[in-house]
Design a protein around this ligand. Structure first.
Ligand SMILES: Nc1nc2c(ncn2[C@@H]2O[C@H](COP(=O)(O)OP(=O)(O)O)[C@@H](O)[C@H]2O)c(=O)[nH]1
Ligand SMILES: [Mg+2]
Length: 227
């Protein structure tokens, strides 16, 4: 099953970019948002799980106005959302506040949003804005899956220590979560992540939905159809 999810996730395509949530796609089906501080390894994770080199471009320009990027996982009703990396010091305070308000609104009220994947570098604990995101997720009854990225940077023992420490941090927030180690470099943690995405995006039922849609599409009358 997990293997099938991964195959389906490899079908991910770019849908659109939006400068604000007001311009995002229709609120139908299921959506999973990826969030994290800039440099957390978000683009690398999305590219790795979708098996595509440049799907989520890594932005090398700190402070650049970033877009919210939407991708479809084989169907427009199964979407991955790449949220702009937060934590740029260069962004003016007024813009930060505006963006945070929008983000909160999206996390709390987006109907199709089925879960939040929060990425953090395994060498750094969750910081203020990560916790902010987690609080909003809690307010929106949104399940959270945490990826400890760049796990290859640490040895086994240190990985375990980091995992436990972050679990403790999350436990203290009192929200439902799951957590895993992830390495885009070593392609580690793909099965676990694809299992979570498969569940949240309802990928097991997607082939049936696509079939149904095909059936419902009216076939144009051919010339053989005499009145
Ligand atoms: N060692 C290692 N480096 C990684 C991994 N994932 C990302 N990086 C590096 O971390 C930096 C930031 O990655 P990127 O995906 O652009 O982060 P983003 O800003 O969150 O989208 C880049 O230099 C990546 O090459 C990983 O799994 N292992
Ligand atoms: Mg990026």
């Amino acid at each position: 099953m997990t293997y099938d999810f991964l195959k389906q996730i490899h079908q991910t395509r770019f849908l659109m970019s939006a400068p604000t949530f007001k311009l995002c796609p229709e609120d139908t089906g299921f959506e999973v948002a990826f969030a994290g501080r800039s440099n957390a390894g978000k683009s690398s994770a999305i590219n790795t799980i979708t098996n595509q080199k440049q799907l989520a471009r890594s932005s090398k320009t700190p402070g650049r106005t970033q877009m919210i990027n939407f991708f479809t996982v084989g169907h427009q009703d199964a979407r991955i959302v790449d949220l702009p990396g937060y934590g740029y010091a260069a962004v003016p305070e007024s813009m930060k506040i505006k963006w945070q308000k929008e983000l909160e609104e999206y996390l709390v009220s987006r109907q199709s949003l089925a879960g939040l994947v929060l990425l953090t570098d395994i060498r750094h604990p969750l910081k203020y804005f990560d916790e902010q995101m987690l609080h909003w997720a809690k307010d929106g009854d949104l399940p959270v899956h945490v990826l400890l990225t760049k796990a290859d940077k640490l040895k086994r023992g240190a990985q375990k220590t980091a995992l436990l420490a972050t679990k403790k941090q999350l436990d203290a927030l009192g929200l439902p979560f799951s957590i895993q180690l992830f390495s885009a470099l070593k392609k580690e943690g793909l099965d676990e992540l694809s299992g979570v995405l498969g569940d949240w995006l309802d990928l097991a039922n997607l082939p049936a939905k696509i079939q149904q849609q095909t059936d419902e599409t009216p076939t144009p009358a051919t010339q053989d159809n005499n009145p």
